[in-house]
Write a protein that binds this ligand. Sequence first.
Ligand SMILES: Cc1cc2nc3c(=O)[nH]c(=O)nc-3n(C[C@H](O)[C@H](O)[C@H](O)COP(=O)(O)O)c2cc1C
Length: 241
Amino acid sequence: VVETAGSDPRDHIPDFHAAGVKVLHKTTSIRHALSAQRGGVDAISIDGFECAGHPGEDDIPGLVLIPAAVAALQLPVVASGGFADGRGLVAALALGAEGISMGTRFLCTVEAPVHEEVKRRIVEAGERDTRLIFRTLGNTARVARNEVSEEVVEIEARGDAEFADIRHLVAGARGRGVFETGDLDAGVWSVGLVQGLIDDAPTVDDLVRRIVAEAEGLLTGRLLRLVEVATAATRGGVVDD
Ligand SMILES: Cc1cc2nc3c(=O)[nH]c(=O)nc-3n(C[C@H](O)[C@H](O)[C@H](O)COP(=O)(O)O)c2cc1C
């Protein structure tokens, strides 16, 4: 499976399909998802406003975007942006998605090839510790709140900023420096709101098993219990505690 994102995947689909590769196209808007569906992709990953990286310019969080995408599309939908645990997985399934995709959560795992300081910061940070940069340039990106992203936001807030005014701050090499050296203020680096729900850096194996176990626990525990209570109430019965 290959995930495409950022622009129209149409030109590459014949090559992928000829090689037996499924194409999952990631987008933050339903209109672009519909266009990708017409173009022949196999599934859509719909990325809510919560996400790390580029959330688009519509600012629609997953709670609305995911069910709206499921209703509009014929293709399978994967929910993305803001997922980190079994609660999110169950919520995504309830909203009609076939599964979840995670960026920030995997960045904070043992296997992620980034400096330990980055993982420590994600564990420590709350859901308010991101900044939206490039807003005024129509290419919004959600990044960690740090000295550099604060400065970019400040420059953009003046109202007449051009890319040339912030280029020196947002250079890709500086961002990579954060991951390599652990200097959290070396540049801008992508991270999502969901860092507010992340408390540890487990192995990927432990993480995925935990998410599945949490989801199963929710479905067969609290949620099943709600159904039992509702069913008993309809029948006029009582459910023991
Ligand atoms: C460190 C990092 C780098 C990313 N780089 C890209 C990228 O190059 N291209 C892209 O389409 N999305 C990129 N993303 C976004 C993810 O693919 C995904 O859409 C997003 O992380 C989902 O939101 P979440 O972080 O809340 O799970 C990146 C995310 C992170 C955390």
